[in-house]
Design a protein around this ligand. Structure first.
Ligand SMILES: NC(=O)c1ccc[n+]([C@@H]2O[C@H](COP(=O)([O-])OP(=O)(O)OC[C@H]3O[C@@H](n4cnc5c(N)ncnc54)[C@H](OP(=O)(O)O)[C@@H]3O)[C@@H](O)[C@H]2O)c1
Length: 308
């Protein structure tokens, strides 16, 4: 079974490669990891030619324009990559009966809810990045196009021990700075890359076993937190484990403090219960995910920070 991964040099792409099962229902998995240079989502011809060349059974679309703030001034490129890119993949995959996992985001919601977002809650993004991802969802679920075998996983606040993400950034800041300001008015939940990658592979397995999978799924770790809670917990757990020598002051601030170009939803917790049930997945509480991640940091990385 051939599984093509777009954006293979991003943090999810790399984690999917690391977590690849050797086989799914007795079928060997052949991975086709394609970087942005090899498959450019903003170029329809590139999507068409590579789908035709590799003829994959599945595509997991990890490629995306992920800079939330830059998207405000680069809406055209964000839409070309995040909205039309997945549409073109789905269009050419349909011709070969391929199946498709699209990774979407909590940022498709406007953040005005006060309870965890359900799958069928109307999407109504408040920033350009969210809009580009919402457009992809609209294309992929548009009855007119009649796409089959499309699975959209909405996830939130993705972190891990590779790539550019809040966990690694905060760990470095905590190791080096005296004072750190962290946003405390955005509520949601983190998602560990390892768990998200497991969910992608599990969806492929279940679908290949003919289990009915909904077209839209939510997945994050369990619990509820703000970015400030996450930062404090990284500090507390890292101190307990004696991974850091520094004792910074961590101050909670409102989002306005940083004056960033893109607005963020104040509340973007996803209700992932249906996914946990479907996959028989025991969710990891967000603090446990941080604990696991701290244990996974390698000596080379830690020593580099300690010696600064
Ligand atoms: N990170 C989060 O907190 C988060 C939250 C919710 C949902 N998601 C979604 O999760 C998915 C995976 O994101 P990630 O966290 O792994 O992000 P990432 O680390 O930024 O990876 C995205 C990858 O896509 C590549 N890319 C950019 N433009 C492309 C193009 N035109 N064609 C093909 N590839 C392109 C990037 O290459 P360059 O780096 O060279 O530009 C990068 O390798 C994305 O769909 C994202 O929207 C992420």
């Amino acid at each position: 079974m051939k599984v093509l991964i777009t954006g293979s040099e991003g943090q999810l792409g790399k984690t999917l490669i690391k977590k690849k099962p050797t086989e799914i229902i007795n079928k060997q998995i052949t991975l086709i990891p394609l970087s942005k240079k090899e498959l450019d989502l903003s170029n329809e011809l590139s999507c068409k030619e590579l789908i035709k060349k590799y003829n994959p059974d599945w595509v997991i679309n990890c490629g995306a324009y992920t800079s939330v703030d830059m998207a405000e001034s680069q809406k055209e490129i964000a839409n070309a990559v995040n909205a039309r890119g997945p549409y073109h993949l789905a269009k050419y995959l349909k011709e070969i009966n391929g199946k498709f996992i699209q990774i979407s985001t909590d940022f498709v919601f406007n953040g005005e809810s006060n309870k965890a977002y359900e799958i069928d809650h109307p999407i109504n993004p408040i920033n350009a990045y969210g809009e580009s991802k919402a457009r992809a969802e609209r294309y992929l679920t548009n009855k007119e196009y009649d796409f089959e075998n499309i699975f959209i996983i909405r996830t939130s606040w993705v972190i891990g021990n590779i790539g550019k993400n809040f966990f690694l950034t905060m760990f470095k800041l905590i190791s080096e700075k005296q004072t750190i300001k962290v946003v405390n008015d955005q509520i949601g939940c983190i998602t560990s890359l390892d768990n998200l990658a497991k969910v992608c592979w599990e969806i492929i397995k279940l679908k290949e076993e003919s289990v009915k999978i909904p077209n839209i799924l939510h997945f994050s770790d369990s619990g509820i937190c703000t970015w400030y809670d996450v930062a404090r917990s990284i500090f507390e757990l890292a101190a307990e484990k004696e991974l850091i020598l520094n004792e910074p002051k961590i101050d909670p601030v409102d989002s306005d403090y940083f004056n960033l170009p893109a607005k963020r939803p104040n509340f973007s917790l996803l209700n992932s219960q249906e996914t946990y049930n479907l996959l028989q997945f025991t969710p990891t509480h967000w603090r446990k995910s941080l604990d696991i991640l701290l244990d996974s940091l390698d000596d080379k990385f830690l020593n580099k920070l300690k010696t600064k």
